[in-house]
Design a protein around this ligand. Sequence first.
Ligand code: PHE
Length: 366
Amino acid sequence: MTLNEILIVREKLLADLDAMTGAGELDAFKLAHLTRKGTIAAMFDNLRAVSKEEKPLAGKELNLLRQSVEERFAEKEQLLGARRQEGLSHIDLTMPARTVPVTAPGHEHPLMKTLNEMISIFERMGFAVEYGPETEDDEHNFGKLNFPPDHPARDMQDTFFVKPSADWGAAVGAHHAGEGTGASSSMLTAPLLLRTHTSPVQIRLMEKQKPPIRAIMPGRVYRNEAASARSSAAFFQIEGLVVDRGVTMADLKGVLLSFARHFFGSDAKIRLRPSFFPFTEPSAEMDVSCYICGGKGCRVCQNSGWLEIMGAGMVHPNVLSGCGIDPETHSGYAFGFGIDRTTMMRYGVSDIRDLYENDYRFLEQF
Ligand code: PHE
């Protein structure tokens, strides 16, 4: 092995490296030349055969060869993006992404399925659909619904209060203007709160529309409750309101029975129990015969044969007159119910939080 040979090998290896275009070639190069059994190591072994006089210079040239080839190799490796981190070598960043295993490109949430079905039943009975704001003022959520100030009735519902910021009025006013219930920022006087029920939309509707009124008002409501399998701080309700001349409790009962038969099945029965709400008089709680056991008694209805579904009653005269409707000439009924529990019973969901966490494994089952 002469000095010239060493120089020739060096030029050859550097030229080979320069010509490389793929990471695979680099691997082959490393194996052939840079390992303990490779070309360069073999040349070091051959130093033993070099004459005493030439040995120091040859050793120096060989070291130079190894150094320059290793340096050029490292440069090339970086250039080709082939530098692999130990333990991550199985990750190929150039591989196409795996597609999400959807069976359908998108579908309704179970809550919205239930809601839309209920809405269409009421629409077929001639009800219009109205919406109101989720951020309310005390007047609409309580005051005009005949909750006396500082009366314990307000404790029936644990309320989230909202602290208004300087630009709140404008922002909320603009939002409400788009709701179509005639709300304006001037109606929103402090304190503000997250509505605890959909009943304030009754007020907004009666303020903007003269009777006859026949509408349902679905939407999200909020209560300050600790989250558990049975309760969530946010849930959905549907409100119903009918105001006209000569509306009676019999009309209410007829509509509720008709709804129950459409939604729960044609042999569903209902019963009304006396109850109390500040905004209805008389007030009732409606139960439907358990559609799991047909009224015989089971785990779902806790052996009673009945499921508690909604609150209802005749609109309180104070509520009507507060909205400019004469209780001497007009009367009305109202009802309100949550759709979460119904959805849960229907689909066998045991934890209400499943309806709000948007876990893909849960949602894809519907
Ligand atoms: N707003 C009542 C509630 O949330 C339900 C209700 C609505 C009762 C309308 C009577 C009339 O519990």
